[in-house]
Design a protein around this ligand. Sequence first.
Ligand SMILES: [Zn+2]
Length: 408
Amino acid sequence: MSRTLVRRAERLLGNQRRAAPSWLLRARAPDLSGGGTMFSSGAVHFRPSPRAAQLEARLSNSSTPGSGGFRRFGAVAWNFRGLVHPAAIMKARHFRFLFTSLCLLSASALAQNDNDPAKVRLKVNEVAAGVSMIEGVEGFAGGNVGVSVGDDGVFIIDDELETMSPKLTATLGQISKKPVRFVINTHWHGDHTGGNAALGASGAIILAHDNVRQRLSAAELEKAKDKVAAKPGKGLPVVTFAEDVTLHLNGDTVHVFHVPPAHTDGDVVVHFAKANVIHTGDLFLSQGYPFVDLGSGGNFEGFITAADRIIAVANDTTKIIPGHGAVVGRAQVKAWRDTLDQIRQRVKKLISQGKTLEQAVAAKPTADLDAKAGANFISPDKIVEAAYKSMTANAAPAKAAAAGAKPH
Ligand SMILES: [Zn+2]
């Protein structure tokens, strides 16, 4: 790595330290292996800029000792255009790698103002009568927000990064003068629950799966040994459920249902029966492979089950709001499901042939699917790894149970 590049990276990092929201500097990676400590400041996505990609490419090509981290960083996140998940890329065990990661994130962020909430604009898209979606443009705001407005008032699904709270409140105020009565969290990640504290403080009732409250609670964050402050009391979900809950509001029947562990162990799908809209949270992304947060109890195979559940309640005219990306129809979810099922079958076969994780990844079983799936922050290798680990983790206890089980 040239001295100029180092200086440039340091300068960018320095700038970013002053401008970055707390989650960036605190972010730690989820342990994609499913063991060890767990990232907990939220799953946050970036769009890499050409400038950052260029810088990264130069860093990746460096032959400086210790540059393996650069290459790994590149492999995980930066060979792709689209969403980048710092949570997934900042598994930094060494200072050098962490430093480099921050530099690169800074380069990207600085180039596109991703981390400056002042620069991010919130755009409202009409999805169906009475239902709209808020998305961040010109920067990263967090996950897509679903908004229902009607005679009974306003309720929303997910509430972006904490730093976006003032803008989210202002945007909601433009849609309706009525206060937000309810917030549904699709899962616990910080880019979907960051607005909880502000909304809770202003009187909204937050609903989520039992495990979302658990994962947002102080004890859990303590366990993760992360420096992220626990959600203040008002940011925690106050109504939790194990399976499902139904809201009868604004002339619609809104079914919020839990699915088996997939993205995390607290995922829900939100289905507006009358408006014919579904909000999937991160159980579906409009581009690329899914992020299996193994450290949060996620499981690759759960995404297929979740997609089946979504497809079952959707029809040809259903509007599907993904966790990130553009609104899609059922056909896209079906295609996603089929791709994941192919990956499942191929990885399963490799496991049954006795291949190790490294051998399975090296076999590149997704090679013919990658281009069609599109790119985001999850590399083909990562999805194979997640599938392999999900399936082998399931197999071990099942075998043990079978061996020791008594018939009854
Ligand atoms: Zn997420």
